[in-house]
Design a protein around this ligand. Structure first.
Ligand code: GRF
Length: 201
């Protein structure tokens, strides 16, 4: 199995996933880091890790469809089996999602369905919830919505600031995402409606 990570920014999840491939936790080939942002630090991390990169910038295309069409062509030509969104700050169109049905994973830094959107950690913190967490889910045509693969909670402490909470959420992300990718690439996830069953082979 070959997979691509999509990232638009820092790429700390990419780094954790690459480490998990290299240490054998994920038994699939990390064949591509794709970014829609030429300045993404994730690109630098991929180059340092020896992972091939692709940059395509949407605003250099006439419309979102032609941008995604080029991307799909590239992914199919390179025989990419599945896609891992890791801080990819762009909503995929239904066209793209249908090209990879049940084969796109996303991570979100809150306990979905709470605190969807760009600022999951901050929104949970300012709302004052006592528990937040991390969700890994399949991508469907709605934002932060598809069937949930893994979810883990994290207590917000009295002394937490937004910054300390961010650090702990990211640490949890870096543990949980490789676990979900390993399960998926080993064929251990079965989607039934909104439920994802983890099967032991
Ligand atoms: C993560 O918090 C992820 O949950 C969210 O975007 C952030 C990306 O961080 N979707 P990084 O680029 O992997 O460091």
């Amino acid at each position: 199995m070959k997979f691509a990570v999509f990232a638009s920014g820092n790429g700390s999840n990419f780094q954790a996933i690459d480490a998990a491939v290299k240490n054998g936790q994920i038994k699939a080939e990390l064949a591509l880091l794709f970014s829609n942002n030429r300045k993404a630090y994730a690109l630098q991390r991929a180059q340092d890790a020896g992972v091939p990169t692709l940059e395509l910038v949407p605003k250099e295309y006439a419309n979102p469809q032609s941008f995604e069409r080029d991307l799909v062509i590239y992914l199919k030509e390179h025989a990419i089996d599945f896609i891992v969104l890791a801080g990819y700050m762009r909503i995929l169109t239904p066209y793209f999602v249908r090209e990879f049905p049940g084969k796109i994973l996303n991570i979100h830094p809150s306990l979905l369905p709470s605190f969807k959107g760009m600022n999951g950690i901050k929104d949970a913190f300012t709302y004052g919830v006592k528990t937040t967490g991390v969700t890994i889910h399949f991508v469907d045509e709605k934002m932060d919505h598809g069937p949930i693969i893994l979810q883990e909670s994290l207590a917000i402490r009295e002394e937490d600031t937004l910054e300390t909470l961010e650090v702990r959420v990211h640490e949890l992300e870096h543990q949980l995402y490789p676990q979900a990718i390993a399960l998926f690439s080993e064929g251990k996830l079965k989607i039934k409606g909104r439920k994802v069953h983890i099967i032991s082979l």
